[in-house]
Design a protein around this ligand. Structure first.
Ligand SMILES: Nc1ncnc2c1ncn2[C@@H]1O[C@H](COP(=O)(O)OP(=O)(O)OP(=O)(O)O)[C@@H](O)[C@H]1O
Ligand SMILES: O=P(O)(O)OC[C@H]1O[C@H](OP(=O)(O)OP(=O)(O)O)[C@H](O)[C@@H]1O
Ligand SMILES: [Mg+2]
Length: 285
């Protein structure tokens, strides 16, 4: 079978979670220190470890068939690739930051100022949309230092916790876009390559669904079972098994991670006991 190539960031904010997702999909490979290429042992996938900025271009050209990048880089690079799937990690935002003592009242205050950024296209789009004429000063890293060394009046850069802005005497004033990691694909995959991508997407979906849900087991008096079933509808419907103790049943189901604590409270109110909750590794709906 043909192999397809996936481009992953070599080292940075996307790398660990990208590799973790691949491993959670049951794909094994050996990425020794400093290796720029690796081949999976049990799936037709080859890995290229690259700078994230280069990934959309390599995927457009077909040097790599797939890639994992931040949406911020994907939008900035304006490459013609398929946006296959949001991956839910490396969540951040692209924001304007200004000196914390600037009494900033709105985007019009950026008129005539210079803004340092590694995202000139996205920034230009934002300024044009707001009809603000400002100078864009493109730099490739350490953007937050620009105002304090007199290079620019403001910055447009990635913010997550905000601690980099804070430690450079800046404050966040405008969120231009929100971003997370995304799986991208070349637009001209052949049937065999598409088949491999479909298998990978199937596995990613199973991993993501598993994370969104928990497996729940509980004991309940038989008269509460109908009410509990309405609280825990499960994938099709819950499994209900009689306990050795007369008048009691054991019920197995799944519950959504984000509804979990509310549901547990309601289950207790209707008489559920001995509630066990376990993580789900994979879930295929
Ligand atoms: N603090 C953060 N928290 C969460 N996600 C982030 C954070 N910083 C960046 N990201 C996301 O991870 C991507 C990679 O960030 P990183 O800082 O590793 O890039 P880089 O320094 O340009 O790396 P490279 O050396 O590969 O060019 C960003 O494009 C963004 O989508
Ligand atoms: O709001 P925060 O949580 O502080 O995160 C934001 C910082 O994180 C990223 O840099 P990173 O630390 O990845 O270093 P880099 O300069 O190598 O990109 C980004 O470029 C910001 O500088
Ligand atoms: Mg980069």
């Amino acid at each position: 079978m043909d192999k397809i190539k996936i481009a992953i960031q070599k080292s940075g904010r996307l790398s660990d979670d990208s590799l973790k997702l691949i491993k959670e999909c049951g794909i094994k490979f050996n990425n020794g220190m400093g290796k720029l290429k690796a081949v999976a042992d049990n799936f037709p996938l080859e890995f290229l470890f690259l700078r994230d900025d280069d990934i959309p271009g390599y995927v457009e050209d077909g040097v790599a068939h797939l890639g994992i990048v931040g949406e911020n880089v994907l939008v900035e690079k304006e490459k013609d690739v398929d946006n296959v799937k949001l991956l839910g990690f490396s969540k951040c935002r692209l924001s304007i930051g200004v000196d914390r003592n600037w009494d900033y009242k709105g985007v019009q205050e950026l008129a005539g100022k210079s803004i340092a950024t590694s995202y000139p296209k996205i920034l230009k789009g934002f300024l044009d949309k707001n009809k603000v004429n400002a100078e864009i000063h493109e730099i490739s890293g350490s953007v937050e230092i620009a105002p304090s060394i007199g290079l620019a009046d403001a910055v447009c850069d990635i913010v997550s916790s905000g601690s980099t802005l804070l430690s450079n005497g800046l404050k966040e004033t405008e969120v231009i876009m929100k971003s997370q990691a995304v799986l991208i694909a070349n637009k001209s995959l052949n049937a065999e390559q598409q088949d491999i991508l479909d298998k990978l997407i199937f596995r990613i979906n199973a991993v993501q669904e598993g994370k969104k849900n928990k497996y729940i087991l509980l004991n309940a008096p038989n008269e509460s079972i109908d009410e509990i079933i309405s609280l825990l509808p499960g994938m099709k419907s819950p499994t209900v098994l009689p306990l050795a103790m007369e008048g009691w049943s054991s019920l197995h189901s799944v519950v959504k991670e984000d509804e979990f604590w509310d549901v547990i409270e309601q289950l207790k109110k209707v008489g559920a006991q001995g509630i066990l909750v376990a993580p789900i590794e994979k879930m295929i709906i």
